[in-house]
Design a protein around this ligand. Structure first.
Ligand code: URA
Length: 304
């Protein structure tokens, strides 16, 4: 059960508060045709989600009792889940549910506890990879080069239809998400949700004082202007500097092209954050399953 006192609990609430306060970029997306697969970054497509009508699983046609769904999602025991329902802390499809007998379809219902979206579909998988340098952001590689698909080969062989959320260049390290959650992936990649991504770049020093101002104002690249949300110098040593950039752009090689354009070609590039999701101390080449708080904060970041 989300604990009101834990840091994760606070994070959930902060994310949910931010979500509520943020204007929705485009309300009409709900009427858009649903995607059959996630769009590529910056493809200009409108975000959409699979229509939440009818269950693909006949076993769910009658619905599953809400307290059982909550218990199966690891929120609380069935008894404690009943109390959550009694207390009016559980929402299904945007409405508070107080009756105990309520049945829901775990494949289609949007269930929230204390305003936080809960993953109730057992087969949704959300993974964070620290992609090492030299690994390609593809699920398979015809030339036999190392690719992220190699790291999840067993999961894929076991039937998980995983894909990577966006890409990092082969030379770039850092945070890359893998999931089978099409709705979430689609929105994380869609420019209209403006999910900020944070990068640490090693570049040549010295860094002129006005570089941040210039990058925030916008720099003309061959495919249009790129602006950063923020820029800062983290460290400087022997002719090199570590700089931090936050931007919500998904264009190919955008950070490298941007820094090259302003005279500071990238020597090393690491993505450390995707919206609220952080790379932290995760080892290069390792994969971890996102916890409930991380998934809830990602949903909140893209208004799901
Ligand atoms: N920008 C780049 O230049 N490369 C990446 O991998 C990601 C963003």
């Amino acid at each position: 059960m989300p604990d009101k006192k834990t840091p994760a609990g606070n994070r959930f609430r902060a994310a949910e508060k931010a979500r509520r306060e943020r204007p929705r970029p485009d309300k009409d997306w709900r009427n858009s045709p649903s995607p059959t697969k996630p769009a590529s970054e910056g493809d200009g497509a409108k975000p959409a989600r699979a229509p939440r009508t009818g269950s693909a699983n006949p076993a769910n046609a009658e619905g599953v009792r809400l307290q059982k769904v909550l218990a199966q999602a690891g929120i609380a025991s069935r008894r404690a889940s009943e109390e959550l329902i009694d207390e009016g802390r559980v929402e299904v499809d945007g409405k508070v549910v107080r009756e105990q007998g309520r049945r829901v379809d775990p494949e289609t219902a949007v269930v929230k506890v204390d305003g936080e979206r809960i993953v109730i579909t057992q087969d949704l998988v959300h993974l964070a990879l620290n992609k090492p340098k030299g690994m390609h952001s593809t699920m398979s590689d015809d030339l036999g080069r190392p690719c992220v698909g190699d790291l999840v080969a067993e999961r894929v062989a076991a039937g998980q239809r995983l894909f990577h959320v966006g890409r990092l260049d082969a030379d770039t390290e850092g945070l890359l998400m893998l999931t089978n959650d099409g709705d979430l992936a689609h929105r994380l990649m869609h420019p209209s949700y403006e999910v900020p991504k944070t990068y640490l770049a090693t570049v040549d020093a010295p860094i002129p004082r006005d570089l941040g101002k210039r990058l925030r104002a916008g720099v003309q690249l061959e495919d249009g202007i790129v602006k950063v949300d923020s820029f800062g110098v983290v460290d400087v040593w022997e002719g090199e500097a570590l700089v931090k950039l936050v931007l919500h752009e998904g264009r190919k090689h955008v950070v490298r092209r941007l820094l090259e354009e302003v005279g500071h070609p990238v020597r090393k590039l690491v993505r450390t954050d995707i919206g609220p999701l952080k790379l932290g101390e995760q080892r290069p080449g390792s994969i971890r399953v996102l916890n409930r708080g991380e998934v809830a904060s990602l949903y909140a970041a893209v208004d799901l």
